[in-house]
Write a protein of this length. Structure first.
Length: 95
């Protein structure tokens, strides 16, 4: 069943560092949401992707300023990822 826009609540954004390529599209996409669709600025992003040059491991985080892209159709960071390193679980908003 399709849930009408505006009645979706994003329960959880999931992360999979094994699929991440450190392209930073997720950080840029969230910063665009945070700026009110006016600019791309990594300083505004609530999500971070860090890559260790020493062991080549990727560490992905979402801090507590993330609003799951409220008032959007889907979390921007998850939809911007083309490598399957992010996604989201949605559910109908409780009334």
């Amino acid at each position: 069943m399709e849930i009408p826009h505006g009645e979706i609540e994003f329960m959880k954004i999931w992360l999979d560092p094994k699929n991440c390529r450190s392209c930073l599209r997720c950080e840029l996409a969230y910063s665009f949401h945070k700026s009110g669709h006016k600019a791309f600025n990594l300083k505004l992003s609530s999500t971070r992707v860090l890559r260790s040059n020493k062991n080549k491991r990727i560490h992905m985080t979402i801090d507590d300023t993330c609003d799951n892209c409220s008032n959007e159709e889907a979390p921007f960071c998850a939809t911007a990822c083309v490598f399957g390193a992010r996604g989201f679980i949605k559910r109908e908003r409780e009334k």
